[in-house]
Write a new protein. Structure first.
Length: 210
C-alpha cells in the first residue's frame, strides 16, 4: 500500500473512532434526559408526639441572686426545673449576680423539647425553691432576680454551709445542744450520725446537695 493510501486509511479509522464516541456521548445525554428519578417523599406534617420530641429554642436568664438579704456567694448553684427534670444550671462566679447582660456573658440556659412550652420553670438555689416561677417560652431572654429566705444546712445564716454548721449538727447528734428538725437531712425523723455525715460530705463537696 502506498503512503497516500495508508494516510487515507488512517484518517478513515480516526474519523470512525470520533463518530463512534460522538454517538455514545449523544446516547448518554438522551438517556439522562429521559431517565426518571425517584424523589423521596417528604412528609408535610408530623404528629403531636414527633413535634413534642423536637428541641425547642432555649431560654436564657440573668439577674441578682440573694439568700435572705445576703448576696449569694461565689460557688452557689442555681438550677432550673421543668417538671421533675433539671433543665439548666448556673454556678455563681460573682457574689449576688448570675449571668451577665453583655453579648458574650454566660447566662442560665434553660432548655426543653416542644412539650415544655407553657410549662412552669421552677428555680432552686442549692436545694431550696425560689418562690417566684416563670413559664417556658422558647427563645425567652430576660432579667429575673432570684431570692430564697435561707438554704438547707446554713444554721448560722451567713448564706453558705461552713465548718460552723457542720460542728453544730455534730453537737446535736452528741446531745450537746438541742436538735433542730431542719438538720434531719436524710428524712428519717431524727437528727443522727447520718445527718452529721451528710452535711460534712456536702461541706467538702463530696455530694452536691443536702
Amino acid at each position: 500500500m502506498t503512503k497516500l493510501g495508508m494516510r487515507k486509511s488512517g484518517n478513515r479509522l480516526l474519523t470512525g473512532i470520533i463518530l463512534t464516541l460522538g454517538i455514545i456521548f449523544l446516547a448518554g445525554i438522551a438517556s439522562a434526559a429521559t431517565a426518571t428519578f425517584e424523589v423521596p417523599e417528604i412528609p408535610y406534617e408530623m404528629d403531636g408526639a414527633d413535634a413534642a420530641a423536637l428541641p425547642a429554642l432555649p431560654c436564657e436568664f440573668t439577674g441578682s441572686v440573694f439568700i435572705g438579704d445576703i448576696p449569694a456567694p461565689s460557688g452557689t448553684i442555681i438550677r432550673a426545673f421543668i417538671g421533675e427534670e433539671e433543665a439548666g444550671r448556673f454556678v455563681v462566679n460573682q457574689a449576688g449576680i448570675y449571668g451577665g447582660e453583655g453579648l458574650f456573658d454566660d447566662r442560665l440556659i434553660v432548655g426543653g423539647d416542644g412539650s415544655a412550652t407553657d410549662q412552669e420553670i421552677v428555680f432552686k438555689i442549692w436545694s431550696n425553691d425560689v418562690s417566684e416561677t416563670l413559664v417556658y417560652q422558647p427563645g425567652d431572654s430576660r432579667t429575673f432576680d432570684l431570692t430564697v429566705e435561707g438554704i438547707d444546712g446554713d444554721f448560722n445564716t451567713n448564706a453558705f454551709v461552713d465548718i460552723g454548721d457542720v460542728s453544730k449538727v455534730s453537737y446535736m447528734v452528741a446531745d450537746k445542744i438541742e436538735p433542730e428538725i431542719s438538720a434531719d437531712f436524710n428524712g428519717n425523723g431524727e437528727v443522727d450520725i447520718g445527718d452529721a455525715s451528710k452535711i460534712a460530705y456536702f461541706f467538702v463537696r463530696k455530694i452536691e446537695f443536702l
